[in-house]
Write a protein that binds this ligand. Structure first.
Ligand SMILES: Nc1ncnc2c1ncn2[C@@H]1O[C@H](COP(=O)(O)OP(=O)(O)OP(=O)(O)O)[C@@H](O)[C@H]1O
Ligand SMILES: [Mg+2]
Length: 310
């Protein structure tokens, strides 16, 4: 019987001297999942991914990846996984093509497969017309796509991607995610860390890490539902004035601005909407629109973190 879980950890722990970077993390990722790992800076995302890639020794607990025990067989994991580091390195002096060939050799891909895969990955990543260009001269977004292509050259069953789109423009991010979605549909299991909540929303499941622990783990929809309260969205004419007026009102837990609009996290939308409308009218703060809006991943995330920090 094949194990349905590609990744299974039980109280996985990793210390760096006095710092407990990963603290009794228990996580299961099933075959074919597109799993998103989110969490604030220093939460332990990179350390977790490096442990799962077999690049770091575990301090305590247990973990198996693709059936290999991390304590004994960490070395065997490498040829079956594609790990893309947060600070990945391409060879700037080498062309796109040469980078792919380099990684093919590194992973012992035979020459016939390598030629065929290189062409396919170039097409897949939209890099065919840039194949002779030096990696150093690619845009940031194209470099990330090349790094992903290099990560895929040995056709790994599992992808471990550490913030693969950080700092990339929204269009390139979308293109990158279209590639990930395609890989996901082809059955590749993907564990990806991201600071972007729209990306977390595209995952089949999301794990929220905080201080080395997994504090939430669910579908994006369920995570959004965990947000206690509702969002009232206001589109004011003068948002600074509106902001001042609504901050601190009864039942308003948080105030966030999104471009021209203001989002209030309130205890009850139905109850607070008429009250807030009254206050705005009374203070003569004009607005174009006010409504109860669905919570976004970002709001759920910030609210969960605030609760943990309280
Ligand atoms: N090689 C190391 N030596 C010492 N401490 C480390 C090392 N790597 C990570 N840490 C510490 O472990 C903790 C977790 O770091 P990690 O890089 O895993 O977090 P992260 O969630 O990936 O953060 P970021 O979002 O900033 O990438 C931090 O306190 C960090 O300073
Ligand atoms: Mg990191």
């Amino acid at each position: 019987m094949t194990d349905p879980f590609i990744i299974e950890t039980n109280r996985l722990t990793r210390d760096f001297k006095s710092v407990r970077a990963v603290n009794e993390l228990t996580l299961s990722v099933a075959s074919g999942e597109l799993f998103g790992l989110v969490g604030p800076d220093g939460a332990g995302k990179t350390t977790t991914l490096r442990l799962l890639a077999g690049l770091l020794d575990i301090t305590d607990g247990e973990a198996s990846v693709l059936g290999f025990d991390l304590k004994e067989k960490a070395e065997s994991i490498k040829s079956h996984t594609g790990y893309m580091a947060q600070q990945f390195s391409l060879y700037g002096e080498l062309s796109v093509m040469e980078n792919l060939q380099f990684f093919a050799e590194l992973f012992d891909v035979d020459q016939k497969d390598s030629a065929e895969r290189t062409e396919r990955l170039l097409t897949f990543a939209g890099l065919t017309e840039f194949k002779e260009r030096r990696a150093a001269n690619l845009s940031g977004g194209m470099q990330k796509k090349l790094a992903l292509a290099c990560t895929l050259i040995h056709e790994p069953e599992l992808l471990l991607l550490d913030e693969p789109t950080t700092g990339v423009d929204p269009i390139s991010r979308r293109e990158f995610w279209n590639i990930l979605t395609e890989l996901h549909l082809q059955g590749t299991t993907i564990l990806v860390s991201t600071p972007y909540m729209d990306e977390a929303d595209r995952c089949s499941r999301v794990g929220l890490m905080y201080a080395g622990k997994l504090v939430e783990c669910d579908s994006p929809q369920k995570i959004r539902e965990k947000l206690e309260g509702e969002i009232i969205e206001i589109q004011p004419e003068d948002w600074q004035k509106a902001l001042k007026t609504v901050t601190g009102l009864n039942g308003v837990r948080e105030v966030q601005t999104y471009g021209e609009s203001i989002h209030l996290l309130v205890d009850s939308g139905k109850r607070r909407l008429p009250e807030i409308e009254r206050v705005l009218r009374k203070a003569k703060v004009p607005y174009r629109n006010i409504r109860i809006a669905p919570a976004r991943m970002e709001e759920a995330f910030i609210s969960l973190i605030r609760k943990l920090e309280a």
